[in-house]
Design a protein around this ligand. Structure first.
Ligand SMILES: C[S@@+](CC[C@H](N)C(=O)[O-])C[C@H]1O[C@@H](n2cnc3c(N)ncnc32)[C@H](O)[C@@H]1O
Length: 271
């Protein structure tokens, strides 16, 4: 652990998580293989586009929540392709001096991120670093991260819709614990995670074969397993809930039901 980061291969013929999410969100950075994969999921889970948007809106509300409580440093792991409301734009509306490190293991995310995230940020500072969540030691040793964030001060860590791309054999709970151990008290962790617990029986019955046919491995975890990512942290009310319910300020966010969303989200603070 702690060696050079191995990025995902760049292959437009193989579906990919970042580009498929961009497709669901109505972006422009996706290829036929990503769209085909997205449509396989949508056939069984028709609200997947709204679910992706609900996930994104959760991230926006969680960042806003932390920024309003004085968090001025963010580490956005599995940040995805740039979209409409990126972490630094959300947080810098509240404090223009906010510093953000974006991290991902997808080469396209890194290229687009460097082109868009860094120059767009006029007041605060952003950096984009290659990182595999499975190797937190390498991420924590990255010089770009240290140039941007002061790990002696609280950091808001974002793990939006990324942990379910880690298999149990990748030891995701250990990886998250490693990150939390490296951060001071007063740091935060916001995460979202796909879960079979939120699906209908019919959806759950099809989930395994749908994931297989989609060509992108996803590990659905139980609410209990997801809560296990936040050990000893103070969970902000309303706790771990379907993302569209988490501090939703607008009626539109609650039009979906939990089975349509299928993703839990929560925010917690290190005491
Ligand atoms: C569905 S997108 C989520 C984007 C954003 N975090 C959000 O919640 O809106 C998942 C992202 O996680 C990244 N990812 C998947 N596995 C990863 C890993 N092992 N390490 C780092 N990033 C990873 C993908 O490249 C993709 O950009």
């Amino acid at each position: 652990m702690g060696g050079a980061v191995i990025l995902q291969p760049y292959d437009v013929n193989v579906p990919n998580a970042a580009r498929r999410y961009n497709y669901w969100l109505g972006g422009k950075d996706h290829y036929a293989a990503d769209r085909a994969s997205g449509d396989v999921v949508a056939a069984v889970f028709p609200a997947v586009r709204q679910a992706a948007l609900a996930n994104r809106l959760f991230v926006r509300r969680a960042v806003t929540f932390m920024a309003r409580r004085g968090v001025t440093q963010f580490l956005d792991i599995g940040c995805g392709l740039p979209g409409l409301h990126n972490t630094h734009q959300i947080a810098q509306r509240i404090n223009p001096a906010t510093r953000v490190v974006y991290a991902d293991n997808d080469p396209l995310v890194l290229v687009h991120g460097r082109a868009l995230f860094v120059p767009l940020s006029r007041l605060g500072v952003t950096a984009v670093v290659p990182a595999d969540l499975r190797d937190p030691a390498a991420l924590l040793a990255d010089p770009g991260l240290h140039d941007t964030l002061d790990l002696g001060r609280p950091v808001g860590v974002l793990l939006g819709a990324v942990l379910h791309y880690l298999d149990d054999s990748d030891h995701p709970h250990k990886a998250v614990q490693h990150l939390l151990d490296a951060l001071p008290a007063g740091s935060w962790l916001a995460l979202t995670h796909a879960s079979g617990d939120l699906l209908t029986e019919a959806q759950a019955a099809h989930a395994h074969v749908t994931i297989e046919r989609s060509g992108i491995a996803v590990t659905l975890r139980s609410l209990n397993d997801i809560a296990g990512f936040l050990p000893g942290l103070d969970l902000v009310a309303p706790g771990l809930v379907a993302v569209h319910r988490w501090r939703a300020g607008r009626p539109a966010d609650t039009l979906l039901d939990d089975t349509q969303v299928g993703i839990y989200g929560g925010l917690a603070r290190k005491p």
